[in-house]
Write a protein that binds this ligand. Structure first.
Ligand code: NAD
Length: 251
């Protein structure tokens, strides 16, 4: 069934965000594709994939470190399509930094994007939604159940996202707005393919062998869960987090 909803997606020039815009296109959901200035990935490629899938979207630059930028991004849904139904706080960075090298600046820079950026996105979304609205934040197994050396700041930010989601869900429930999180495991995207800050291509292949499902996940496999959580099919689900990891963390 076609869904005439409108979604904002941060970090949608690549990876999970791009896959979500394409997935939404197949459902009839129109997207505001958030693209970060300076991102090496071309948001026009996301837009072309959406169009090929028969969908509608527009590209809008957004930096989740700025409240004004995020507010303007959310407002674009109203000016472009006259409504906002779904807010997906997907943008994130990953930086390798052992504790001995964890300066205050590295710590706060990470939290500014991966935690406060989520708050800014959900807040801007909630201000423009009516009853039936829904939001999803992207956490990580590193913030939920998994220790990862060199990534204390990332883990803290992603754990913070889970607490934030629970409280927001309680607060917005009476307004008929839901809030949930997805917790991806190892997913092949530009972030995880980065050999400096993450596993890189070889590391991902090796790690995939240890996952019960026998491989790392795809961006589309996370996108479809985000899509479910935002949809009316999950209409009585709020304040929850779903791990999408091929069984990695239950092994
Ligand atoms: P990705 O690098 O393709 O996507 C991240 C996006 O965030 C990029 O498009 C980037 O431009 C954008 N971004 C970075 N800083 C930004 C800022 N200040 N403002 C706005 N946008 C900004 O990688 P991905 O794996 O698709 O990441 C999507 C989300 O999934 C992230 O939150 C990431 O932490 C999370 N995640 C990924 C994995 C994985 O294995 N790939 C696992 C767990 C969680």
């Amino acid at each position: 069934m076609s869904d005439a909803s409108v979604a904002i997606i941060t970090g949608a020039a690549s990876g999970i965000g791009r896959a979500l815009a394409v997935h939404y296109a197949g459902r009839g959901v129109r997207s505001i594709i958030g693209t970060f200035p300076g991102d090496p990935h071309d948001p026009e490629e996301t837009l072309a994939l959406v169009t090929d899938a028969g969908g509608q979207a527009v590209v809008h630059e957004v930096d989740v470190r700025s409240t004004a930028s995020v507010d303007a991004f959310a407002q674009r849904a109203i000016t472009e399509y006259g409504r906002l139904d779904y807010a997906v706080a997907n943008a994130g960075i990953l930086r390798n930094s052992p504790l001995s090298e964890m300066t205050d600046t590295r710590w706060t820079d990470m939290l500014d994007v991966d935690l406060t950026g989520v708050l800014r996105t959900l807040r801007a979304g909630a201000e423009r939604m009516s009853a039936g609205g829904s939001m999803v934040a992207v956490s990580s197994i590193a913030g939920a159940v998994y220790g990862w050396e060199g990534h204390a700041h990332y883990a803290a930010a992603k754990a913070g996202v889970l607490g934030l989601i629970r409280s927001v869900a309680v607060e917005l429930g009476p307004q008929g707005i839901r809030a949930n999180a997805v917790i991806p495991g190892l997913i092949e995207t530009p972030q995880s393919l980065d050999p400096v800050n993450s596993l890189g291509p070889d590391g991902l292949t090796r790690a995939g062998g240890d996952i019960p499902w026998g491989r790392v996940g795809t961006a589309a496999e996370v996108a479809s869960v985000i899509s479910f959580l935002t949809s009316a099919d999950a209409g009585y689900v709020t304040g929850q987090s779903i791990i999408v990891d091929g069984g990695l963390t239950v092994k």
